[in-house]
Design a protein around this ligand. Structure first.
Ligand SMILES: NC(=O)c1ccc[n+]([C@@H]2O[C@H](COP(=O)([O-])OP(=O)(O)OC[C@H]3O[C@@H](n4cnc5c(N)ncnc54)[C@H](OP(=O)(O)O)[C@@H]3O)[C@@H](O)[C@H]2O)c1
Length: 294
C-alpha cells in the first residue's frame, strides 16, 4: 500500500490516479469528509486527518510501504502557517513513517526551496526538505518548477482572469523566468523514484525543456485560448496593497503579498533531472496548455 498525502490537491490527485492505474493500493490522506468521499469514489482508501494530527498520521502510515508527501500550503491562514504545515507537518509525518518502518518516502519540495531563503514559503519548504534529507528512511526529494496540467492554480487562475477581463495584468516587469513542467511528467518522476531504490537518498530538480518569462507564459496562455487581451504591466508596489486586502478578505486570494515578492526570483534550474528520471525529454509547455480550453 502507498500513502499519498494531499490526495485532494492538484499534484496529489494526479499521483494517486497514476498509482491506482499502475495497480497499487492507495491510501489518501485528506482532511475533509467531502474530499474523503471524492477520494473513495476515485478508488482510494481515504484517511481523514490534518498533517498536524500525530494520531491520524500514525494510523495513516500503518501497513504502508511508501509515502508520497504532497501536502503544503502556498498561503497562510490562521493556525495554518508555513512553519506548521510545510515544515512541522513534514517532520511529524517523517516521524510516523520512520516508526512504522516505511521504506520509501517521496517528498514534493519546490525549486528554490532553501532553509535560508528570505521568502517564508520557500524557507519552510527548505526546512521541510532538510528534515526529509536527515531522516533515516529511503527518501527522494523532488524539486519541481511551476507545474502545469488540469487543475493547476497558476495557469488556471490566469485563464479565469482572462475570461472575466479584457485586460490581463502582468505583475512586476514580466521578466521573471520559469521552467514549467507537466504534471504528468512530475507524476512519472514520482513513479520512477518509487520504482527504483537507486533513487533513494537523492534530491532532484525537475523542470520542463523550455525557459519562459512570466510575460511569455501569459502570451502563450492567451494564444492557446485564442483570447486577444491587453497585457498591462502593473508594478509590484501597486499590487501589494491589493494583494494584502485579498489575503485579509478572501478565503482563496488570487495572489498574496508573499507570492508577489517571490516574483522577484527566477524559478529555473541548470541541473534538470527530469530527462534522466523519465528516460526521455519532458513535455514542453508550448502546446501543452490545451487543457485550459475546456
Ligand atoms: N503546483 C505547483 O506548481 C508546484 C510547484 C512546485 C512545487 N509544488 C509542491 O507540490 C506539492 C503539491 O502542490 P499542489 O499544487 O498539489 O498543492 P495543492 O493543490 O494546494 O494541494 C495541497 C494539498 O495539501 C492538503 N493540505 C493543505 N494543508 C493541509 C493540512 N494542514 N493537513 C492536511 N492536508 C493539508 C490540501 O488539502 P485540501 O484540499 O483540504 O486543502 C491539498 O490536498 C506541494 O508540496 C508544493 O509545494 C507545487
Amino acid at each position: 500500500m502507498i500513502l499519498v498525502t494531499g490526495a485532494s490537491g492538484f499534484v496529489g490527485r494526479h499521483v494517486a490516479a497514476a498509482l491506482r492505474a499502475a495497480g497499487h493500493v492507495v491510501r489518501g490522506l485528506v482532511r475533509r469528509p467531502e474530499t474523503a468521499a471524492r477520494a473513495a469514489r476515485r478508488g482510494l482508501e481515504p484517511w481523514l486527518g490534518e498533517i498536524s494530527d500525530e494520531a491520524a498520521l500514525r494510523g495513516a502510515v500503518e501497513g504502508v510501504a511508501a509515502v508520497v508527501h504532497t501536502v503544503a500550503i502556498i498561503r497562510e491562514r490562521g493556525a495554518q502557517t508555513f512553519g506548521a504545515v510545510n515544515y512541522q507537518g513534514t517532520v511529524r509525518l517523517l516521524d510516523a513513517a520512520a516508526r512504522a518502518g516505511v521504506r520509501r518516502f517521496v517528498h514534493l519540495s519546490a525549486l528554490g526551496a532553501d532553509a535560508a531563503s528570505p521568502y517564508p514559503y520557500l524557507r519552510s519548504k527548505g526546512l521541510g526538505e532538510a528534515a526529509v534529507m536527515a531522516a533515516d528512511l529511503g527518501w527522494t526529494v523532488l524539486r519541481p518548477s511551476i507545474i502545469f496540467g488540469p487543475g493547476d492554480e497558476f495557469f488556471g487562475t490566469l485563464a479565469k482572469l482572462s475570461r472575466l477581463s479584457p485586460i490581463v495584468p502582468i505583475v512586476g516587469d514580466g521578466r521573471t523566468r520559469f521552467q514549467p513542467i507537466a504534471v504528468d511528467d512530475v507524476v512519472a518522476c514520482v513513479l520512477a523514484a518509487l520504482g527504483d531504490d537507486g533513487h533513494a537518498r537523492r534530491r532532484y530538480d525537475l523542470a520542463g525543456p523550455d525557459v519562459l518569462t512570466y510575460e511569455e507564459l501569459v502570451h502563450l496562455l492567451l494564444a492557446t485560448l485564442g483570447r486577444p487581451r491587453l497585457k498591462l504591466l502593473v508594478p509590484v508596489a501597486l499590487m501589494r496593497p491589493v494583494a494584502a486586502a485579498m489575503e485579509r478578505l478572501m478565503p482563496r486570494p488570487l495572489v498574496t503579498p508573499g507570492q508577489l515578492a517571490m516574483l522577484a526570483v527566477d524559478n529555473v534550474t541548470a541541473d534538470n533531472a527530469a530527462p534522466r528520471l523519465l528516460g526521455r525529454p519532458p513535455r514542453s509547455v508550448r502546446g501543452g496548455l490545451a487543457y485550459l480550453r475546456g
